[in-house]
Design a binder for this molecule. Structure first.
Ligand code: IMP
Ligand code: MG
Length: 182
């Protein structure tokens, strides 16, 4: 890991090494594989762009049952804070009608995004919706929708890397870095 990275006006320091993220994804994939063993239907993974690209691709490689992939893009964050309002930047790339779906998220913070996604997918006729996230900030979560699969629980700090960005930058780092407090 780098000792620190600078993105725009902020400095970030090492937080979670790739090896720990990878082991957490192994665990999530093992649970999904166990839960889907013997299922006859083909579930859909919904990759929430852009943040979830890395997690979705790493997770998919570890799944041993058939899945279909659909993407959509929403946005709620500006800088280092959630705006509270979630807007759909790009709609679903495929139908979820009558299907069992897994929302695949990079991180769940306040839960506003997941709640909005839940409503959108229900509105589109999804048969069942489960949530799978690489990272979860339990102290920040304000909703009561169950988060079914969690890679790692983290404190309520702003992080970047492994798909997560600060105003568009930082997604490409394979390790996770946390905002340096001054
Ligand atoms: P929520 O709607 O507050 O749950 O926030 C979810 C979305 O905000 C995530 O999908 C991310 O795109 C973004 N987000 C939340 N926390 C962080 C963070 O620490 N770093 C970067 N993006 C974050
Ligand atoms: Mg996201």
């Amino acid at each position: 890991m780098k000792p620190e990275i600078k993105l725009h006006d902020k400095t970030f320091i090492p937080s979670i090494p790739y090896e720990k993220i990878s082991a957490a994804i192994d665990d999530v994939a093992a649970k999904l594989n166990a839960d889907n063993a013997g299922c006859k239907d083909i579930p859909i993974l919904i990759c929430i762009l852009n943040g979830s690209i890395m997690f979705t691709s790493e997770l998919m490689k570890r799944l041993v049952f058939d899945i279909e992939l659909v993407s959509m893009k929403v946005s709620s964050y500006q800088g280092i804070a959630s705006t509270g309002s979630v807007h759909q930047v790009m709609g679903l790339t495929g139908s979820v009608k009558g299907r069992r779906v897994y929302i695949v998220e990079d991180i769940i913070d306040s839960g506003n995004t997941i709640a909005a996604l839940y409503d959108i997918l229900k509105g589109e006729g999804a048969d069942s919706i489960e949530i799978c996230t690489m990272l979860f900030k339990p102290e920040a979560y304000k909703k009561d929708i169950p988060v079914n699969y969690v890679g790692l629980c983290i404190p309520n700090d702003f992080i970047v890397g492994f798909g997560l960005d600060y105003d568009g930058l930082g997604r490409n780092y394979k390790d996770i870095y946390v905002l340096k407090k001054d």
